[in-house]
Design a protein around this ligand. Structure first.
Ligand code: PMP
Ligand code: GLN
Length: 379
């Protein structure tokens, strides 16, 4: 029969990681740290296994972890989500996104995404039978374009998916922008899926603007986050969703048949680790130092730096060097220069004509320095 996802191939992250492995290039493509997590987190998971937390946990997640998530969100946004009825632990943010879309979107509904965007949104909407309405972020700055967004919102709009701090551009919405977004949605029936997986990676003293901090926005929103990003464990695939109880009831109907529940010992270990706020509060200065080191090095190459306000991604414009397509440039860069990156066009359905690639700087200083040494050979 016909494919449910005819346009989908292998994700660019897998493709570029394979290219890096094949060519021996330093992999600054797919977003993941090349250093290990805090050994105390591993100890906490091991202790949970030894304590016998090896059978199915509750469908919604281990109570201590849901409580720790509730406490963290209350501390950072002022909103208290009920740990029993408003928080669910997921198999990473990806599952949180798919299950949210499947729970909320009916066939024929419009779902607005702001492009460029993470590559799982479109296929999730397609699987739910929704129509993806792509609204471009402002070209060049990638800030939200509220006039374009206003035009895209209609009575058919069921859901709007937003992402700040933003993958791939590294922009971070201001509190003002989040307030404008809330005002724009006020007269509509649209729900919101807010992808906040990089919430703790915001630089230069700026605060992350969460939908949870604006009550009338939080009432219509599902917030998604990921411990993979926050605790340097992308391979563990544990995250959470937070939403008002009525939305969470619908989410859980899908979640229980999607994964039912998420692995027990990691939930217990993360619960113990998350309870100390210093474990996530240290993330922003940690990555800011890497961003600054990486940007200082890139400034000595012909690549043009674009802003990086948050996330662990740095985008650069290479138009001074080449007029190759971004995919061709990434293939050339991995093969000939020995550094792998991600082409910006991978985050678009129909990419505009631009010469931009994304590097991930969640790497050891030695890795970044060697990548910079190779990139300094560019002319
Ligand atoms: N959303 C965004 C914006 C991401 O960058 C990622 C990580 N690739 C995810 C969701 C998925 O996170 P996870 O690995 O926890 O599924
Ligand atoms: N989120 C990561 C990125 O943007 C990769 C996730 C994946 O490999 N699917 O690079």
């Amino acid at each position: 029969g016909a494919s449910r996802l005819p346009a989908v191939g292998t994700t660019i992250f897998t493709v570029m990681s394979a290219l890096a492995a094949r060519t021996g290039a330093i992999n600054l493509g797919q977003g993941f740290p090349d250093f290990d997590c805090d050994p105390a987190l591993v100890d906490a998971v091991a202790a949970a296994m030894r304590a016998g937390h090896n059978q199915y946990p509750p469908m919604t997640g281990v109570p201590a972890l849901r409580q720790a998530v509730s406490d963290k969100i209350a501390l950072t946004t002022g909103r208290r989500y009920d740990a029993d009825s408003e928080i669910t632990i997921t198999a990473g943010a990806t599952q949180g996104i798919l299950s949210t879309v499947l729970a909320l979107v009916h066939p024929g509904d419009d779902v607005v995404v702001l492009e460029p965007c993470y590559d799982s949104y479109g296929p999730s909407i397609t699987l739910a039978g929704g129509n993806t309405i792509r609204v471009p972020l402002t070209p060049g700055t990638w800030r939200p374009d509220f006039d374009a967004l206003a035009k895209a919102l209609t009575p058919r709009t069921r859901l709007v998916i937003v992402n700040t701090p933003h993958n791939p551009s590294g922009t971070v919405w201001t509190a003002d922008e989040m307030a404008r977004f809330a005002a724009l949605l006020a007269p509509t029936r649209a729900l919101v899926l807010s992808d906040e997986v990089y919430e703790h990676m915001v630089f230069d003293g700026v605060a992350h603007a969460s939908v949870s901090a604006i009550p009338e926005l939080a009432e219509r929103s599902v917030v998604v986050s990921s411990f993979g990003k926050t605790f340097h464990v992308t391979g563990w695939k544990v995250g959470y969703v937070a939403a008002p109880a009525a939305l969470m009831r619908e989410f859980r109907k899908v979640h229980q048949f999607n994964v039912f529940t998420v692995n027990a010992p990691m939930q217990h270990g993360i619960a113990a680790f998350l309870a100390d706020p210093s474990h996530w509060q240290s993330l922003a200065p940690f990555y800011q130092a890497r961003r600054d080191r990486f940007r200082a090095g890139l400034a000595a190459t012909p690549l043009t730096l674009l802003p990086c306000e948050g996330t662990y991604f740095q985008c650069v414009d290479y138009s001074a060097l080449s007029d190759k397509s971004d995919l061709a440039f990434c293939e050339w860069l991995a093969t000939e220069v020995g550094v792998a990156a991600i082409p910006m066009s991978a985050f678009y359905d129909q990419a505009p004509d631009m010469r931009v690639i994304r590097f991930c700087f969640a790497k050891k200083e030695a890795t970044l320095d060697e990548a910079l040494r190779r990139l300094r050979a560019l002319k």
